[in-house]
Design a binder for this molecule. Structure first.
Ligand code: PLP
Length: 609
């Protein structure tokens, strides 16, 4: 895995220069520079960096490819896109998406009442709002209110019941009627882990019989002129393009049939989202089998072909890809708090005047290690430590001897791995697997990359500096939750190597990439670790600026959000301390202020051991 697989996942967004990871722009700031600037303000926990220029890039790519395919295929419909808010609803992200989409008339998709309100309050003038998901009368009324307020809104029904409610609201009020879409249930299924969105047993969509009934109801109630869209979504992170092609054929034919049945206002097909993002860092596991170019040209070509065969005008094409648009824009940077083997630092060695022979032997091995003998001595050391553990269990050596032995062996392993770093050997590789170093990060996996926990989704991870050095330690990553699932284990088939850093002398930062889609929205407050501090990083030709700083909730806020009376809680702690005896008034007052400060900070760690 050369350079942490940058060539697979980074899409040239980041690259390495002078040993640091830099943002690949004209002014190429390094992530370390940005991180240090933020940390100079006494920030210690994990941070989320948002890069709006990467949203812009994805959006432009999407439109560019579809517009190119439309021209190439002499397609008569136009291309339109909306951002599905469920992918990430955080305000600075939504604002960045809306800003980046202004010139493109990029819209928003809402799947719940709260998201609909968000869409209505943030949409660029004239851009589309599409509404999916299950709806009650209130939500349908909200869509009428949106239409009445001048929004360009399409209400997509997931079932006949919803259509009947639309008819009801239309009859009961004189509010503007929104455009109506129908989600179709396709027999073609999706691919990837999220394929449940499509297929005959899908959670959503109308069957052929229901579509006919819906058309009849629309006609009967004079609403046919509002029926403009059919919609489907086959699932997220499509790894294969063929289910999309099958779905398009099916949906395209449904569209054409409906046009022939008199749905004259029908003018668009919404193909949902699902464009995949590369999360892999490894040469041997490339994730999806299509490019955006192939995707857009297949969609446009197929729809054109179907319509031409039936003599139907080409529909406008809508997409709702979310992951593809925002995954890359956010980077999580976390300090490493501890390397497990630091517990075995050489300084801690405390040899006696007279040591057990095997300990003496280890000491000799350590002193005389060289590139030539490293492998052999390493074997000897591993043998000796086993014997020494046995001697300890049998009571022949004491705790001090055992401590010295453990320190010596750890240092022999470390030194011999670095002495042999240029040697390519299967055995050394295996030893590295065996001798993993554990890196404790100041972050929560449950909060910041929940899909790692829930779906074993890999996120690209790498250090943002020291990249001029070869990383030698097979690494597993531990987070600061007290949950043993808060770990990214070392995987020998996709090994991660990190640097051996003396954290007493310098800091070490790891970055997780492609975390901008779903992770923030799904993030769990396990152990009450909340959404980290976040910053928007705007990059210009000379420099970068940091804006939109939003701090992680502090401890009292976290407790309040769960429904505790934080003020009462603080008062109680203060009262108990005040009543206590045996310290001076001064120390008591100092401690009281300390307590208040602690509770006004977030829950991430501020110091290391
Ligand atoms: C989730 C969802 C999307 C977005 O999917 P991505 O995989 O993020 O592109 C689009 N449309 C609908 C209806 C969805 O439910």
């Amino acid at each position: 895995m050369k350079h942490y697989g940058l060539q697979h996942w980074s899409e040239n967004n980041f690259t390495i220069k002078n040993g640091e990871l830099i943002v690949n722009t004209k002014s190429h700031p390094s992530l370390l520079e940005i991180t240090s600037t933020i940390r100079a303000e006494d920030v210690r926990g994990p941070i989320i960096l948002r890069f709006p220029h990467l949203i812009q890039k994805q959006l432009q790519n999407l439109y560019k490819h579809f517009e190119y395919s439309i021209e190439e295929n002499n397609y008569k419909g136009s291309f339109k896109a909306v951002f599905p808010l469920k992918v990430n609803q955080f305000p600075h992200l939504v604002q960045a998406v809306v800003d980046a989409g202004k010139m493109l008339n990029y819209g928003l998709e809402a799947g719940s009442k709260a998201e609909l309100i968000l869409a209505m309050s943030h949409i660029n003038e004239g851009a589309y709002i599409t509404v999916n998901g299950f709806k009650d009368k209130e939500m349908i009324t909200l869509a009428f209110i949106a239409a009445q307020s001048g929004h360009n809104i399409v209400l997509t029904i997931e079932g006949l019941g919803e259509l009947k409610t639309i008819i009801e609201v239309a009859q009961e009020s004189s509010l503007t009627i929104p455009k109506i879409g129908i989600r179709v249930r396709l027999h073609a299924t999706g691919s990837g882990s999220w394929a449940k969105s499509g297929g005959m047993d899908a959670k959503f969509g109308l069957t052929a019989t229901e579509i006919l009934e819906a058309t009849r109801l629309l006609k009967e109630n004079n609403l046919l002129e509002h029926f403009t869209m059919i919609h489907f979504h086959i699932g997220s992170q499509m790894d294969d393009i063929s289910p999309m092609k099958r779905s398009l054929r099916e949906a395209g034919n449904i569209y054409a049939e409906l046009k022939m049945l008199g749905a004259s206002a029908l003018s668009s097909i919404n193909i949902g989202g699902g464009l995949a993002v590369n999360y892999t860092q490894n040469d041997h596991s490339v994730m999806h089998n299509y490019t955006l170019e192939e995707f857009s040209s297949s969609v446009v070509f197929l729809l054109g072909e179907i319509m031409d065969a039936k003599g139907i005008a080409h529909p406008d094409i809508f997409t709702e890809s979310g992951r593809y648009i925002v995954a890359s824009h956010s980077v999580l940077i976390t300090p490493v708090l501890e390397l497990f083997s630091q517990d075995y630092h050489e300084n801690l060695l405390d040899l006696k005047n007279s040591n057990p022979p095997l300990v003496e032997e280890l000491h000799d091995l350590y002193r005389t290690l060289s590139p030539k003998n490293a492998l052999e001595y390493l074997h000897d050391a591993l043998d000796h430590i086993e014997s020494l553990f046995t001697l300890f269990d049998l009571g022949y050596i004491d705790l001090q001897d055992r401590s010295n032995a453990e320190i010596l062996v750890h240092n022999i392993i470390k030194k011999s791995l670095s002495l042999t770093s240029n040697v390519e050997s299967k055995e050394l590789k295996e030893l590295q697997v065996h001798m993993q170093e554990r890196y404790l990060i100041n972050a929560s996996i449950f909060q910041s990359i929940p899909d790692h926990w829930g779906l074993t989704q890999n996120f690209p991870v790498m250090p943002i500096h020291h990249l001029e050095q070869k990383p030698l330690r097979g690494a597993s990553i531990w987070d600061i939750t007290c949950d043993s699932d808060g770990e990214i284990g070392f995987n020998p088939s996709e090994p991660l190597y990190l640097h051996d850093i003396d954290l007493k002398n310098e800091e070490y930062f790891l970055a997780f990439f492609n975390t901008g889609a779903y992770q923030e929205a799904l993030g769990m407050s396990h152990n009450l670790f909340t959404h980290p501090n976040e910053y928007t990083i705007e990059i210009n030709d000379k420099d970068f600026t940091i804006s939109n700083a939003q701090e992680s909730k502090n401890i009292l806020e976290i407790l309040s959000s769960l429904g505790y009376d934080a003020q009462k809680l603080l008062e109680k702690l203060k009262r108990e301390l005040t009543k206590s005896t045996f310290i001076t008034e001064k120390e008591k007052n100092d401690t009281l202020s300390k307590l208040e400060i602690f509770l006004s900070q977030n829950g991430y760690l501020r110091t290391t051991s």
